[in-house]
Design a protein around this ligand. Structure first.
Ligand SMILES: NC(=O)c1ccc[n+]([C@@H]2O[C@H](COP(=O)([O-])OP(=O)(O)OC[C@H]3O[C@@H](n4cnc5c(N)ncnc54)[C@H](O)[C@@H]3O)[C@@H](O)[C@H]2O)c1
Length: 330
């Protein structure tokens, strides 16, 4: 059995944080969750769950108090491509406050290890101009030309982790997620990502009808199922590796293919109406997992079709239930 640790998960009211808390509790650790909100769709199994605005230093000190061994710092102001391309000032300010102050509070409270959740949005944009993109290896973040706002903040926060390691010997870990999806993820309201947004649209569409797809749909991405993400986080925290590591799959798909996969799982014929004015982000992005394999001897393995087959029914049951409730209320 695992040695029981005292673990803080920030962003525990969010998608990945909530899944991580569930896994850490199943592994019998003592867990504190911190967030500005509770999880949206079910209650947290954390031993303590504290509502704290981590943009404030005193709250970061509170969150890290009491001999915490490990911090998974997942709190962030973030959303899908529509959101992160529209709100650069708020996102950058909120996130740099959270990350800089969580690092310092964790150091002052003698936390043993600190994991920072970075993003594939740190990668140099010039290297992501083709749909048939060369997968991004960790060094492709430099020379720096990340996505405005969200990506620049993540890249600087990565550097801060390095500085804390170099100057204080503080044990930091840096994970670059590539598009995580799964049940209990946001699927409406503007902060949802492509797999959830497209699942919602397909669930609400009649068989044979059409849905809107942003861009021409030929833009490419890789997507990681949340259980792989949680497994990778725990393995990276346990590793001795301080530099940034990709955590994603190498299974590159176009957004059009993603729609077809979801429609296939739903058992519907769905046509696509392409909105060329919709935000689409970089043209192509894939994870290169060579270093991940070297460091962990492991990489995410859940195929997209498999993961979508576990995600779509959850989203469909929610949106169809909501639509029925709205009709009954009319
Ligand atoms: N999901 C992805 O595909 C993806 C990709 C790249 C990076 N990431 C990173 O992974 C982490 C977790 O992402 P997620 O998908 O679970 O997002 P999420 O939005 O579901 O979770 C983030 C949580 O942080 C909380 N938060 C925001 N501001 C806060 C504040 N001031 N104080 C305390 N809590 C605050 C939010 O309330 C939310 O519950 C984030 O750092 C995100 O940038 C996620």
């Amino acid at each position: 059995m695992n040695h029981q640790k005292r673990i803080l998960v920030t962003g525990a009211g969010g998608f990945i944080g909530h899944h991580l808390v569930k896994r850490l509790k199943a592994d019998r650790h003592w867990v504190r969750g911190a967030d500005i909100k509770y999880p949206d769709y079910e209650s947290s199994p954390a031993d303590q769950f504290e509502i704290l605005d981590l943009r404030k230093f005193e709250n970061c000190l509170l969150a890290t108090r009491g001999a915490v061994d490990e911090v998974y710092n997942l709190a962030a102001d973030m959303g899908g491509i529509g959101y992160i391309t529209a709100c650069h000032a708020d996102i950058s300010r909120n996130n740099i406050l959270i990350n800089a102050q969580m690092l310092e509070a964790a150091r002052q409270n003698a936390v043993q290890r600190f994991l920072f959740s970075s993003s594939a949005c740190v990668y140099n944009q010039a290297k992501q101009k083709e749909a048939e993109v060369k997968p991004l290896a960790e060094e492709d973040a430099y020379p720096a030309d990340p996505e405005p706002g969200y990506g620049w903040e993540k890249l600087f926060a990565e550097q801060l982790c390095h500085y804390y390691h170099w100057d204080y010997g503080f044990e930091t870990r840096i994970v670059r997620f590539h598009n995580v999806y799964g049940p209990l993820g946001t699927y409406e309201g503007g902060k949802e990502k492509a797999p959830a947004a497209l699942s919602r649209k397909v669930a609400l569409a009649e068989n044979g009808s059409e849905i809107e797809v942003w861009g021409d749909g030929e833009q490419t991405r890789s997507f990681m199922y949340v259980n792989d993400c949680v497994e990778g986080l725990i393995r990276i925290m346990a590793s001795q590796y301080h530099d940034a590591l990709n955590l994603g799959t190498e299974e590159l798909v176009t957004i059009n293919r993603l729609v077809d996969l979801v429609a296939g799982i739903a058992g519907k014929q769905i046509k696509k109406r392409h909105n060329l004015d919709g935000p689409q982000g970089v043209r192509g992005r894939n994870s290169e997992n060579t270093r991940l394999r070297q460091v962990l001897g492991w990489e995410p393995s859940i195929r997209l079709e498999q993961g979508l087959a576990m995600t779509y029914p959850w989203i469909a049951s929610r949106v169809v239930g909501q639509a029925a409730a709205e009709m009954a209320a009319d």
